[in-house]
Design a protein around this ligand. Structure first.
Ligand code: IVH
Length: 690
């Protein structure tokens, strides 16, 4: 084998390709088939060679390079389970002050001065599960998945001896118990020791080991690994026979579920702080990993009043332990070009173990961040990772700065396409102006388009999108839906000629058919997904949903945006002027409109169907609250109105249906009466929605 220094660029490119393919194959054998064929040492030396070549040729780093991979392989083959109640996540905070703000916001929402008791529960670092019982019998198990749909892991959960399969006593007919599956530290070490002696690749940490064990298609393998559980919440229940979190734990115990012995009810901030200190101290000596503390409002009727934001409850929060840190060296700084053209500097690090995970890259965010922290190539730095967050550079150890440290000059042209990269005055990011003529942006746009929360097309992985792009097979998202036709067309004179996906290396009839099937299945798409898939700057899933809810169909949204009519858009609570500008700009770009038109010839965008109960008299109405309400807080009133299908707006216009006035209502009430809009007192509003 040639030494890395002797490689020509072409040889390096070929070798990087070979290593990426080899390691992807090894990963599948390891993660999906649980049948590793490379020893640990072989795997590591491939990885090392890959890194050395990439260090010498940073411009050749592939998006599917083993150095770019985060997390475990995606699994196919599990049945899907739609959660009847979504499995939510929690907002994270990192210090006691933020916990205090959380408590204050809860009090404000409930309009009370008394602090509600909070259940403090260790946050188990595993993966969540849901177990469904019907008439006391375990019938179905699921992973969290994307929160709405998870994987069917019924057989795998059955192998966990701590999970009761039959529960008796006072049990609701339908009962979904949720909690965390984890692997104890001792079982993790034993498993790794065994794997090491067998020459197999070991797991990076107990969480990965638990995930890899639970998400096995063959439940016999799960059975061989020792997994444990803690139960802590519920999903669907036919009758809620508990009225507090504390009470729920008593039921869980009586049914035979393991609950964490360190769960503790706290009634003031002092207790919360003491409990946090105590858990921090004993953390290392606990038999399982915890990464923080979860606080939940104990009283369920208060939880119900507080309700939910898009993905998280208002009644709970996670207080994360400080991130784990390590020292390492910056070998290089390079620029990544994202979907919206943002140039993001990334530091290549000397690989280092941070809390059990090997870290070799860290984001540097933007130009100013590099300057502010005075980060240079060859510097020694403190890096940290917290949970799943991309590793960050905390600070430079100036005393260790070597003579050959090198300042990084931020490019003013795009390293991918050479177009000017400009930075607007009030923006932190520099952006490539190449638009879709920039390959990096075009590729990232397609990758975004097929991603999980967008069109969710299986079989169009990043590497394939990239190859297809460079070969001219997929130049933009609309090409996806003509792929099958073009592949089958094959007429000698058209530009379709020569696609023949089935004759690609590593492909066959079956895989091509699977891909086409996956694409065909997505020819009908929901409106929020479609809007999100477009990849408009600042428009994430939550914003796309707001837009879909308010416009109902794509045509009217697109019509307004093309004509720069933003009145309706900015009246949506949660959409501000800067977002509106980005959206309008998107629709002014001719190539975006062309792609949308082409897409519409090949797909059906479903109108948005709101599942809100429209029998309420305020459903579909636009409401403005003003003045101080007495019987509920403003946020509570707003949440209530929204749950009854009303739109809540911050300003009065001719589109407003009702203005609800509290005490000291000012100019909004005046404007409403000028416009002849119905004005209701708080009392009248409550009667109306009763
Ligand atoms: S409650 C709506 N309680 O943390 C509340 N979650 O960041 C749902 N977790 O997905 C979660 N220990 O996997 C809750 N005692 C605990 C937990 C816990 C660990 C995990 C869980 C969840 C994630 C949210």
């Amino acid at each position: 084998m040639l030494s890395v220094n002797e490689l020509t660029e072409k040889q390096a490119q070929e070798e990087l390709k070979r290593i990426a393919e080899e390691m992807a194959k090894a990963d599948i054998a390891y993660y999906q088939n649980d049948d590793p064929y490379l020893t640990d040492a072989e795997y590591d030396s491939l990885k090392q060679r890959n890194e050395e070549i990439e260090k010498r040729f940073p411009n050749l780093i592939r998006t599917d390079s083993p150095s770019q991979k985060i997390g475990a392989a995606v699994k196919s083959g599990f049945g899907k389970v739609k959660h009847r109640f979504p499995m939510l996540s929690l907002a994270d905070v990192f210090n006691v002050e933020e916990v205090d703000s959380f408590i204050m916001s809860v009090k404000r929402f409930l309009n009370t001065s008394a602090m509600p008791a909070l259940m403090a529960e260790p946050k188990i670092d595993g993966l969540s599960f849901s177990a469904r019982y019907e008439k006391g019998k375990f019938v179905q198990g699921a992973t969290r998945g994307d929160g709405t749909t998870g994987e069917d892991i019924t057989e795998n959960l059955k192998t966990i001896s701590e999970l009761p399969l039959n529960i008796t006593g006072n049990v609701p007919d339908i009962l979904e118990i949720r909690g965390e599956v984890y692997m104890s530290k001792a079982d993790f070490f034993n498993l790794n020791k065994k794997y090491e002696s067998e020459g197999k690749k070991t797991f990076a940490n107990p969480r990965n080991a638990a995930a890899g064990s639970l998400r096995q298609l063959d439940s016999k393998i799960t059975a061989e690994r020792k997994l444990s559980i803690f139960a802590y919440t519920w999903g669907e229940v036919s009758e809620r026979i508990w009225n507090s979190q504390e009470d729920f734990f008593k039921h869980l115990k009586s049914w035979g579920f393991p609950t964490n012995p360190l769960n503790k009810l706290c009634s003031n901030l002092n207790e919360i702080e003491q409990n946090f200190q105590k858990l921090m101290e004993i953390r290392a000596s606990l038999p399982y990993d915890i990464d923080g503390i979860v606080y939940k409002v104990n009283d369920i009727s208060l939880q119900e009043r507080l309700g939910f934001l898009t993905r998280t409850p208002r009644w709970a929060i996670a207080h994360k332990f400080p991130a784990e840190q390590a020292l390492t060296k910056i070998n290089n700084i390079r620029i990544q070009v994202g979907r919206t053209g943002a140039l993001t500097p990334v530091a290549d690090l000397e690989p280092v173990n941070v809390g059990g995970v090997i870290v070799s890259h860290a984001t540097l965010h933007n130009e100013d961040e590099i300057k502010r922290k005075d980060i240079r190539i060859n510097d020694t730095v403190v890096i940290q990772r917290a949970g799943d967050v991309i590793p960050q550079i905390v600070e430079v150890i100036k005393e260790k700065r070597p003579e050959n440290s090198q300042e990084f000059i931020f490019p003013t042209t795009c390293p991918q396409c050479g177009a000017h990269a400009i930075r607007e005055e009030d923006e932190a990011v520099r952006r490539c102006t190449g638009g879709l003529t920039c390959p990096a942006q075009a590729i990232e746009r397609i990758i975004h388009f097929v991603s999980k929360d967008a069109f969710d097309i299986n079989g169009l992985g990043e590497k394939i999108v990239e190859d297809f792009y460079h070969e001219g097979i997929l130049k933009n998202p609309a090409d996806i839906f003509t792929l099958e036709e073009r592949n089958n067309g094959g007429d000698l004179f058209s530009y379709n000629r020569g696609i023949h996906l089935e004759s690609r290396e590593g492909w066959g009839k079956k895989s091509v058919e699977n891909l086409f099937k996956a694409i065909r299945e997505k020819r009908t798409i929901s409106l929020p997904r479609f809007i999100y898939a477009l990849g408009i700057r600042q428009v994430g899933s939550a914003t796309a949903l707001l837009i879909a809810k308010n416009y109902g169909d794509f045509a009217s949204f697109s019509h307004d945006m093309q004509l720069k009519e933003t009145g309706k858009l900015v009246s949506i609570d949660g959409i501000g002027a800067s977002m509106a500008t980005d959206i309008v700009e998107f629709f002014q770009e001719q190539h975006n409109i062309e792609i949308i038109n082409k897409l519409q010839q090949n797909i059906t965008i479903e109108n948005y169907i709101d599942e809100t109960d429209y029998s309420s008299p305020i459903a579909g109405k636009t409401i403005v609250f003003t003045g101080t309400l007495e019987q509920m807080t403003r946020s509570e009133a707003k949440a209530k109105a929204q749950s009854l299908g009303a739109k809540v707006s911050g300003s009065v216009s001719k589109n407003t249906d009702y203005v609800i006035i509290g005490n000291d209502a000012g100019s909004k009430a005046t404007k409403a009466s000028e416009l002849g809009i119905t004005i209701l007192k708080e009392e009248e509003f409550i009667n109306l929605i009763k």
